[in-house]
Design a binder for this molecule. Structure first.
Ligand code: FAD
Length: 316
């Protein structure tokens, strides 16, 4: 793996950096490139703007690894209020949650119970609740949490990471559930024995998994959603073409992150594809921001330029 990427992903888990960097004005300015603001009001405003371009949204409050029941309960309350706001505004917006933000580290069952209440609420409004996939320490428990939700409602989606060597087996085990799936390359630093390190390997694994999902949808005539979540446009186009050939394009949705390739997001939507942008907000953005930097070394140069300029950068 690229040494800068390794260092940034290591930094994303470093406590001292996590306490120090977010206080610095230049880091706060640079992070604005990837998030519309720290409050849900900022996120809803961005969702309204994107709606004008026929781009749907997924909202997620930043934060992970909460360490108390009270913090987990506050996160759940927050998301319940987000459902109210989405409904009130009639937005085509969904919610994505991280199991450790709902208390997966605090005690067994806590995140599962909260996720179930949120999934039911989301399903009542006809929307899918998405479950993020975090680092490999949580993969088994996240899949188990997802299975529990799926028993209660079909309106839940799970993220799978192409960089993990286990994912083809996880996918085969999940397909009989007819799950809504979001396929990503994987954002966490993982040991080589369980994850691919080279980009070409991850890209190849992504394409193979995507083809498998498309074939599954074609064979079963199923209508579950397949979220092709990548900014790798040539790869996304190949998945799109394959899905079109197999008559499953209607089930596909192209998902990207707020602030990354915004013109491409709009262009894809203009061609009639379903596009959904994940908007992150909140003040616990440090680890998440470091993962965004790690995805593209040029982002580090951008952050440093914003340090020198001392001015507000614009999203590209
Ligand atoms: C909707 C959505 C949900 C996600 N959920 C999860 C999750 O639950 N768990 C998880 O592990 N990961 C998640 N990710 C992150 C994902 O794993 C990747 O880390 C991220 O999408 C970058 O990989 P890529 O597929 O875009 O391909 P890459 O090969 O990394 O990038 C392809 C191109 O996209 C552009 N690009 C990519 N990243 C950036 C960036 N940060 N800044 C600027 N340009 C960039 C560049 O032009 C780059 O050349 C999610 C991503 C998306 C889009």
């Amino acid at each position: 793996m690229n040494p800068m990427r390794t260092a940034l992903l290591w930094g994303s888990r470093n406590e001292w950096l996590g306490q120090t960097l977010p206080r610095l004005p230049f880091t706060r300015r640079a992070v604005r490139r990837f998030m519309p603001g720290e409050t849900v009001t900022d996120a809803l405003r961005a969702a309204r703007d994107l709606r004008g371009a026929e781009v749907a949204t997924v909202l997620t409050q930043l934060g992970e690894n909460v360490s108390s029941e009270a913090d987990a309960a506050a996160v759940e309350r927050h998301y319940q209020s987000v459902f109210d706001a989405i409904e009130e505004e009639g937005l085509d917006a969904e919610v994505s949650v991280k199991p450790t933000q709902l208390g997966m580290d605090v005690r067994p069952g806590l995140a599962e119970e909260a996720a179930l209440r949120l999934a039911r609420r989301s399903a009542d409004t006809g929307r899918v609740l998405w479950v993020d996939m975090e680092g490999s320490d949580y993969t088994d428990r996240t899949i188990a949490l997802y299975r529990g939700l799926r028993d209660a409602t079909p309106q839940v989606g799970l993220c799978l990471q192409a960089n993990m060597r286990r994912t083809p087996a996880d996918l085969e085990a999940l397909l009989p559930l007819r799950p809504h799936l979001r396929l990503v390359k994987g954002a966490y630093l993982e040991p080589h024995d369980i994850a691919f390190g080279r980009k070409a390997e991850v890209d190849g694994a992504y394409e193979t998994l995507a083809s498998r999902i498309v074939e599954h949808l074609a064979a079963s005539g199923a209508s579950e959603r397949f979220a092709v979540a990548t900014h790798d446009l040539p790869l996304a186009r190949r998945v799109r073409d394959r899905a079109a050939e197999r008559g499953t394009l209607d089930a596909c949705e192209f998902q990207m992150l707020y602030g990354i390739l915004p013109e491409a997001q709009r262009r894809l939507a203009e061609t009639g594809l379903r596009v959904r942008v994940l908007i992150s907000y909140g003040d616990a953005w440090f680890a998440w921001y470091m993962r965004r930097l790690a995805e593209r070394p040029a982002n580090v140069a951008f952050a440093l330029r914003s340090l020198m300029r001392g001015s507000e950068p614009t999203a590209h």
